[in-house]
Design a protein around this ligand. Structure first.
Ligand SMILES: O=C(O)c1cc(C(=O)O)oc(=O)c1
Length: 297
């Protein structure tokens, strides 16, 4: 992407203070950093050119929303150079860990370096609007290699390719986390075809987890109050309560036409996880099991 292009702002300038207070130690388990570009340039293959949204902004938002920790997921605009993500983790005083995107030809030494930098998973992205290709055979090799590090696979796909992906998913030898529930059509309701298919995937293996994230994306262009999301997702959280994660998705890549208020996103939590026990699992116990297991004793 050329530097003369306008850079996109996809996040809210002054998010509201949520009414809901997360439990102590709450983890925002899906967020990103963009740049800063002068230090961490975007990939030549990036499909969008965002403004700078670096770690200082992320940690200010974390504190504003009442969270304690972040899981920084490598955004597609940074390609397979994880320097910006590692920089965010390094600046967090141990309060962030991350998920990388790697070149399948990555060396063992480089994987070790990522581990030391706080990376605990790799992301495979199947969205054609975000990446040029998604080589399943090479991804599987990567998945086999990261198993020894105790990492997991984070996968991003849309509901219409779930069936086609099933043999690939079945072959992944590590725990899998599905981003944004594989983007179901939430207007179909909790028993709609997309949710049914996604539940069948979760039922096929106990080690498939998901992020119950992005009402803004899944109800675009309708927007808040995101009632369809709440109705479709609350039963999923109740039924799979030990394998769900939550995150803001800040700085909301590609959401510039429907920028969500992060405070309002946090206020969705009690609508999908109505009890203190569910909230504790969703925001603390589950993400700690995946990203800081050594602290659980
Ligand atoms: O739907 C998206 O546009 C999107 C993009 C990215 C990314 O660019 O990495 O990450 C996400 O979680 C969602």
């Amino acid at each position: 992407m050329s530097e003369t292009q306008d850079r996109i702002i996809s996040w809210h300038a002054s998010p509201s203070k949520p009414a809901y207070t997360p439990p102590p130690g709450a983890v925002d388990a899906h967020c990103h950093v963009f740049g800063p570009m002068a230090e961490f340039p975007f990939s030549a293959k990036a499909k969008y050119l965002p403004g700078d949204a670096g770690p200082d902004m992320l940690f200010a938002l974390r504190d504003h929303l009442g969270f304690s920790r972040n899981v920084i997921v490598q955004a597609s605009c940074h390609g397979t150079d994880n320097a910006a993500t590692l920089n965010g983790i390094a600046k967090s005083n141990g309060k962030a860990r991350g998920v990388a995107v790697v070149d399948p030809a990555i060396s063992d030494a480089e994987l070790e370096r990522l581990h030391e930098g706080g990376i605990r998973g790799v992301r495979f992205n199947f969205l054609k609007r975000l990446v040029d290709d998604a080589p399943k055979d090479k991804f599987l090799e990567v998945a086999r290699r990261i198993k020894g590090l105790g990492w997991h696979v984070v996968i991003y796909f849309e509901a219409d390719i779930l069936e086609e992906l099933r043999p690939f998913l079945d072959a992944i030898p590590t725990l899998i986390v599905v981003d944004h529930m594989g983007r179901p059509d939430v207007t179909q309701g909790p028993d709609g075809a997309d949710m049914k298919a996604f539940r069948a995937l979760l039922d096929s293996r106990e080690d498939i987890w998901t992020k119950v994230t992005c009402p803004d994306r899944l109800e675009e262009p309708k927007g808040p109050p995101w009632d369809d999301f709440a109705r479709a997702v609350a039963p999923l959280v109740a039924d799979y309560q030990d394998r769900v994660l939550w995150g803001t998705d800040w700085p909301h890549p590609n959401m510039q036409n429907a920028i969500p208020d992060d405070g309002a996103l946090v206020d969705m939590i009690p609508r999908i996880a109505p009890t203190a026990e569910l909230q504790q699992k969703l925001l603390v116990t589950n993400p700690m099991r995946l990203y800081w297991p050594e602290e659980l004793g």
